[in-house]
Ligand binder design. Structure first.
Ligand code: EPZ
Length: 417
């Protein structure tokens, strides 16, 4: 199994461009099933999660071809199956996002109920509640959930929690429903807006995406489209954190700073000098970093996906910071590994109390999930000595060539077989 080897304490300098957003690309790939015309997607990140979603589309009878650079061409005219293969869905929770589009396109879907994962139980009750309200019926046998829908009819749906995935599944299905659907207490993440923009580029009619109330006016059919995925705000935040934790100066380009506001606001609170221009953000060398408290919340609150990277940063800040993780119930698994590098973190329930230290020491550590792995890379970049990270396949799920981007900024990080 591949590992990352990092020689720490090298301040990063330079400019780096972010890739397309994993969490926008996955629902958009799934929503490509809503049309039988060609869909061309640009700025697709090269990630293992994206590869699995493409393999799922192929397994359903669609054709997925690589175009120039980071472009994919999806043609779903050959869609001939509605059962998703377990060997693929078991590797990607995001495969559940295919449910709404398949119900809308062909009125049936069969997919393994996604189990929990490292960070939590990850139920899908809100997805099923919304799709049932549109007229789908479900039955579960041996862990496989089969959905059927003779016709989807628009209705009003209130989400008990502003679930990103449930909002995406319901929005995608409602685009082809008869009549109008209103989703209340919808998720407002930028990835929801990107999916809505994608659907509207195919002739969908969606109003209010990015607010708590989304209105979808059903249409009879959708055209093909050419669409560029939004830049990845979590990758951008992770790269900016790499600059801050090593005391360097890095400009991250090709981003939408408005999607990074919760993150850049925290950096300013920590006295990390930050400059925001129209599509770049620069972190400048800092003297000290003041510890702050962070509470993860649905957008526009602080993103849970940046919680682990910020835990690493707070481990080297002046003072004590408290992180409260309100979105997932088990998202502190990186703290044990960070403590093995000399961090002082005490976890109790949803809170982690981090007492900043002067330095961390390199160690052999293991990635437990995607963002935890990123946190260990950040800690290794700042630590005295060498760090070896195993199970880096977790990191490859959500970061496109992270080590190459960091190497271009002067980091001594190497991927070893
Ligand atoms: C999306 O997951 C992202 N994944 C996650 O990113 C991200 O952390 C999360 O949104 C929150 O922003 C993708 O977009 C592919 P949720 P999702 O439904 O849709 C509860 C990463 O690291 N819930 O908003 O699964 C759930 O248990 C990943 O890139 C229900 O109770 O997130 C959780 O506590 C990790 N019932 C909370 O809502 C449901 O039916 C947030 O889940 C659905 C969710």
């Amino acid at each position: 199994m591949e590992t990352f080897h990092i020689k720490g304490q090298k301040p990063l300098y330079g400019t780096v461009a972010v890739s397309g957003s994993k969490n926008a690309a996955l629902p958009i790939l799934a929503a490509s099933l809503l049309t039988d015309k060609p869909v061309i997607l640009e700025r697709m990140p090269a990630l293992s999660d994206i590869k699995v979603m493409c393999d799922i589309l192929s397994a359903l009878g669609c054709s997925v071809a690589s175009g120039a650079e980071d472009t994919l061409i999806i043609e779903t005219a050959g869609l001939s199956r509605h059962k998703l293969p377990y060997d693929l869905t078991g590797r990607l929770r995001g495969s559940f996002l295919v449910m709404g589009p398949l119900l809308a396109r062909c009125g049936r879907v069969a997919i393994s109920l996604p189990g929990g994962c490292a960070i939590g139980a990850r139920p899908v009750d809100l997805h099923l509640k919304g799709l049932s309200a549109l007229g789908a019926t479900f039955k579960i046998t041996k862990g496989i959930i089969e959905g059927t829908a003779k016709k989807l009819v628009g209705t009003k749906i209130y989400l008990d929690f502003p679930s990103v995935g449930a909002t995406e599944n319901i929005m995608s299905a409602a685009v082809l429903a008869e009549g109008t659907t209103i989703i209340e207490n919808a998720a407002t993440e930028p990835e929801i807006v990107d999916l809505a923009n994608f659907l509207c580029s195919m002739g969908g009619r969606i109003l209010g995406a990015g607010s708590n109330t989304v209105k979808i006016i059903g249409v009879a059919g959708l055209t093909g489209t050419r669409y560029a995925i939004m830049p990845d705000r979590i990758e951008a935040g992770t790269l900016l954190t790499a600059a801050a934790i090593t005391g360097g100066q890095v400009t991250v380009t090709g981003i939408r700073p408005d999607t990074l506001k919760p993150i850049t606001a925290k950096f300013s609170e920590m006295n990390i000098p930050i400059t925001i221009q129209n599509n770049t953000v620069t972190v400048e060398p800092r003297k000290t970093m003041r510890a702050v408290d962070i509470k993860t919340l649905p957008f526009p609150g602080f993103p849970t996906d940046m919680q682990a990277p910020m835990t690493a940063l707070l481990s080297l800040s002046e003072g004590t910071g408290i992180i409260t993780e309100t979105v997932f119930e088990n998202r502190f698994m990186h703290t044990g590994e960070l403590c093995r590098m000399g961090a002082s973190i005490k976890v109790s329930g949803r809170n982690a109390v981090i007492e900043g230290k002067k330095s961390l020491s390199g160690a052999k550590v293991k990635a437990t999930d995607l963002r935890a792995g990123a946190a260990l890379v950040l800690a290794g970049l700042a630590a005295r000595g060498d760090t070896e990270i195993s199970d880096i396949y977790h990191i490859d799920r959500g970061y496109d060539a992270l080590e190459k981007k960091l190497q271009s900024l002067g980091a001594e990080i190497e991927r070893k077989p």
